[in-house]
Design a binder for this molecule. Structure first.
Ligand code: FES
Ligand SMILES: [Fe+2]
Length: 371
């Protein structure tokens, strides 16, 4: 195409498409999925601001139901999350008091109440739902996959174990998922807490796709042994054997929700759902809910929730140090060990497939002068 004396030449190089652009496409594709934006108990009678994929949103409870809007007033651009809930059913901007209903439609401009119903102003509303004690939202109208399953939420045999408040980490969300699913660091980084460095081998395991899940199932009898002195699993009777033995089964509901089932040799169970929500390409908020079917319910948070937080702290400085911050789209940029890193490799390949399916490459234009 020639515009005036300038010729625009579309250039889409292989290197660009498959390298940096590939990582950017993974990030862009994440807007097509459900993400946790708050714990339910955090959204009471005040609006809550959050940043999802660099989009500022406000989460508010109107008429008892969650609504998620753009965090910007159409009048003068003020953050609505600084405002108030009026009569339990309208969100009021703090600047000039414009009020918005559950659908984000303007219902009142106090300075000109006579214009009610005539001003065509609204703040954009996004899909949202409350499930598993969390608020989930999606920036696209049709989420690519349904919400993850976490059946123990409704199972009376289990009781809730609160893990610390959500924390913001300086890392990409897929890096954090890989950390969660990376079995082979347990014996080293979590030596004495989640495993034992004298047994660093990774048990045989199968990795396979099942619907929207990437499953990881260990072989029969592939117990992970944990020193009981780690105080890891408070509330359990100490066995004569100095080790507890655990069996892991985990899955990622693509692209980011990790669900663990841990069974102990004595039959006790601990389940956990974890979602690292991308606030930006290199900023992640970590949300966790978990349940166990053993021990004293009243002591669950202190005995196990605090332990999970301790493990998170051990992971944090390592994950935040990883470079590049995004998972390299080019698998040859890092080394993968057969039988050990299979889960990571399969995870990356699926992420990239989703990115290719849901996003288009950016075409960069060169401009050349035409003599
Ligand atoms: S900026 Fe919101 S009411 Fe004026
Ligand atoms: Fe870890």
């Amino acid at each position: 195409m020639t515009v005036g004396n300038v010729k625009e030449v579309p250039v889409l190089t292989r290197e660009n498409e498959l390298d940096v652009e590939g990582e950017a496409r993974v990030y862009r594709s994440l807007r097509h999925f459900w993400h946790v934006v708050a714990y339910s108990h955090e959204v009471t009678d005040k609006p809550v601001g959050f940043t999802l994929l660099e989009k500022d949103i406000v989460i508010v409870r109107l008429n008892g139901e969650i609504s998620v809007f753009d965090d910007i007033c159409p009048h003068r651009g003020t953050r609505l999350s600084l405002g108030h809930v009026r009569d339990g059913c309208r969100l009021e901007c703090p600047y000039h008091g414009w009020q918005f209903d559950q659908e984000g439609e303007l219902t009142l401009a106090p300075q000109r109440p006579d214009l009610a119903g005539q001003l065509r102003a609204r703040t954009r509303k996004y899909l949202s739902v409350e499930k598993y004690g969390m608020v989930w939202a999606c920036l696209e109208d049709k989420p690519h996959f349904p919400l993850p399953d976490y059946p123990v939420w409704d199972n009376p045999e289990f009781h809730y174990v609160a893990v610390s408040p959500a924390e913001d980490w300086d890392c990409s969300a897929p890096r954090r998922v890989e950390n969660y699913t990376d079995y082979s660091h347990f014996a080293i980084l979590h030596d004495g807490f989640l495993a034992d460095r004298t047994v660093p081998q990774v048990p045989p395991h199968d990795v396979f796709r099942n619907g929207n899940k990437l499953e990881n199932v260990q072989g029969e009898g592939a117990w992970v042994r944990v020193p009981i002195d780690s105080a890891a699993w408070g509330g359990k009777d100490k066995p004569a054997d100095p080790y507890l033995r655990m069996y892991f089964k985990w899955r990622v509901f693509m692209p980011l929700t990790c669900v663990y089932d841990i069974s102990f040799q004595d039959g006790n169970r601990y389940h956990l759902l974890f979602h690292p929500t991308p606030m930006g390409p290199r900023k992640t908020r970590n949300f966790t809910v978990s349940h166990r079917d053993f021990g004293d319910k009243a002591k669950a948070n202190e005995e196990l929730g605090d332990f999970v937080k301790l493990i998170y702290d051990q992971d944090r400085w390592v994950v935040e140090s990883q470079r590049p911050e995004e998972l390299p789209e080019d698998l040859t940029k890092e080394m993968h060990v057969k039988g050990v890193d299979k889960y990571s490799v399969e995870y990356r390949m699926w992420l990239l497939e989703l990115a290719r399916e849901l996003t288009k490459p950016v075409i960069h234009l060169h401009q050349e002068s035409v003599k």
